[in-house]
Design a binder for this molecule. Structure first.
Ligand code: G6P
Length: 608
């Protein structure tokens, strides 16, 4: 979704802004722009790709030592150049904004009455005029911003430059991430660390309600009360390599192949600490003691990770576990139980529905909260009492892959931590689980080696309009994930069913044109799955079966089989996620869709 970048330096910052915006492209956007201070405020905006805006900026010879840039995902107002950021108020200041201002209509009326004209339909232009109004009163951009934000309701990250003040940028944060990067005699701001790591690794994350001024030689932060505060400087661990494509064709392909490494990295603290509550931070022991239930909240692929976890938590830890789609949970009456652990799962840590669902759970009395997240310092882990950071590295492809499998690893560890705390894990079983986890990266690597066979299947999928995915038990969520991946990036309509539900409806859809993918590992439900397969075959449907190497599953007319590695017990969903990811990827490739940036989708959904 929307992205912010800003810079102040003794050199031309336009290339820095453009590079930063390109690194934010993965989040999804529909227009882009930059504004710089070169005596006066100069701006270039374009709908479409950053590259088009870059060409226009270069044609206009844009260059300066102070500037801001933005990628916009339309919310208030359509995709037009007039609605793109930066917004300029009265030639006095330029402003970029992430988030949504709730009271923009009432502020718009007030500003109109004060004589301000509007050239866009955005809530952002309201903020630009509001800051300008206060700038005219105070003559100081920092105090003007502090006054303006007190009059705003909603979520924002702001970066502002003023014609009268070439020595600083002013930024503010409430509900949307914003950080400052500190260089040598230069400084940067961004909504996502990936936009600045090519310039500096020294970063300061702003807190909720902070307003700050950023100068070439440093940073001054003020909290919501206006008091000067220090925010800790950190060294970002995000590697530049994780932001670049390397030898791969797409980030999704790269990220699928990074899974053995990502899983091994995520396992490191688990194998080091053991299945102890300390894995989730200093309050782990206190907050996991005496649990009576688990409530998982998440969206999209992260929600499917939660569905797998429910199985593990109930089977291993013996506590009831509910899994809710965050956007539903936040709007339904709930019965809070202080003994319940609320677990949010989010790759980005900033999905608005998940964040709001967590806030709602806390407001209703839940105090045991754990975030499983891939982005340090993002909103959801910050709001949670306990955190576990997956170590997938930056995930750029919109379709989540390595974040999903590393979330599964974290959730498996959670189930075992609870099991152990409740005295349900024998030393012998613990040793077996440790052994299985140690082998997991290797099993995932074996699954990756199936790529040529899966690519051949994808050729048969590419011309289809619809597909069904079937799984049972632990693998039903993997069927859901396979169907989601296929529709997200190849635009083939795909649905997933728990295989036992086939005869209760979807069987009516089965004919020669409907490929049916079955996740059929060698577990207790294999015989049941086999009968479901016969139901499909009897109706002429073509089956594509992912079976384990050790399962007795033979190819026959209309039944194609790919054998995944030897069955890995409860961890099998992690291994089986990989072939369905590759099937979606190769089908999309054959159909020529934009794999990393599928139409209408965004990586980080920071709006409702
Ligand atoms: C978007 C992404 C999905 C992701 C979902 C939840 O829809 O396209 O890949 O699963 O958001 O995101 P989160 O960052 O909270 O895991």
């Amino acid at each position: 979704m929307c992205g912010i970048v800003g810079a102040i330096a003794g050199r031309d910052v336009v290339p820095v802004l453009i590079d930063g915006l390109k690194r934010l492209e993965y989040r999804g956007y529909d227009s882009a722009g930059v504004a710089v201070l070169d005596g006066e405020l100069k701006r270039v905006r374009r709908t479409g790709r950053v590259a088009e805006m870059e060409a226009a900026a270069s044609a206009e010879g844009l260059a300066a030592g102070l500037g801001i840039g933005h990628t916009r995902w339309a919310t208030h107002g359509g995709v037009t150049e007039a609605n793109a950021h930066p917004h300029i108020s009265e030639g006095e200041l330029a402003l970029v904004h992430n988030g949504i201002i709730e009271n923009h209509e009432e502020q718009r009326e007030r500003l109109k009455a004060l004589g301000y004209g509007f050239s866009s339909q955005t809530d952002t232009e309201v903020v630009a005029h509001l800051v300008c109004h206060h700038l005219r009163e105070t003559g100081d951009l920092l105090s003007a911003t502090q006054r303006a934000v007190r009059e705003l309701r909603g979520a924002y990250a702001l970066a502002i430059i003023a014609r009268s003040d070439p020595s600083r940028l002013v930024v503010a944060r409430m509900g949307c991430p914003l950080l400052v990067g500190l260089g040598e005699g230069e400084a940067f701001v961004a909504s996502d660390v990936s936009a600045v790591v090519a310039q500096t690794r020294r970063v300061v994350y702003l807190e909720e309600g902070d307003v700050a001024e950023v100068r070439r030689d440093g940073l001054a932060v003020f909290d919501a009360t206006g008091a000067a505060v220090q925010r800790a400087e950190q060294v970002s661990g995000v590697s530049l390599a994780s932001l670049e494509l390397g030898p791969y064709r797409h980030f999704m392909q790269k990220e699928i192949h990074e899974q053995p490494r990502a899983i091994a990295d995520t396992l490191e603290p688990i194998l080091e600490t053991g299945f102890s509550p300390a894995l989730f931070g200093p309050r782990g022991s206190e907050l996991l003691a005496g649990l009576t239930g688990v409530q998982i909240l998440a969206c999209g692929t992260s929600h499917y990770a939660g569905l797998v976890a429910r199985y593990w938590i109930e089977a291993l830890a013996g506590v009831p576990c509910a899994v809710d789609i965050a956007s539903e949970y936040r709007y339904r009456p709930i019965v809070a139980n202080p003994g319940t652990l609320v677990v949010t799962i989010s790759q980005s840590g900033e999905t608005l529905d998940t964040f709001e669902a967590l806030k709602y759970a806390i407001a209703e009395g839940h105090h045991r909260t754990l975030s499983i997240c891939n982005v340090a310092e993002s909103a959801i882990p910050r709001l949670s009492a306990m955190q576990f950071l997956t170590r997938a590295g930056a995930e750029i492809g919109v379709a989540s892959t390595k974040a999903f499998t590393t979330q599964l690893v974290a959730l498996f560890a959670l189930a075992l931590v609870i099991a152990k705390a409740r005295g349900r894990l024998t030393a012998e079983d613990e040793a077996l689980h440790v052994e299985a986890l140690r082998h997991l990266p290797g099993s995932v690597q074996h699954a990756l080696n199936l790529e040529p066979q899966i690519a051949a299947w994808a050729e048969r999928f590419a011309p289809k309009q619809h597909a069904l995915f079937l799984g049972r038990g632990l693998h039903f969520p993997i069927a859901l994930e396979g169907a989601l991946k296929l529709k997200e990036i190849s635009y083939i309509h795909a649905e997933a069913y728990a295989a036992g539900e086939l005869k209760h409806g979807p069987l009516a859809l089965v004919d020669r044109e409907m490929p049916v993918v079955v996740i059929a590992p060698n577990d207790a439900l294999l015989e049941k799955v086999k009968s479901n397969i016969h139901e499909v075959r009897a109706r002429g449907g073509e089956m594509f079966v992912f079976a384990d190497a050790d399962s007795q599953f033979g190819e026959e007319e209309g039944v194609h089989v790919i054998r995944t590695p030897r069955h890995v017990g409860l961890l099998s969903p992690v291994v089986h996620a990989v072939p369905v990811q590759m099937l979606a990827y190769h089908t999309a490739l054959a159909r020529g869709t934009d794999v990393d940036k599928p139409r209408n989708l965004a990586k980080s959904v920071t709006v409702e």
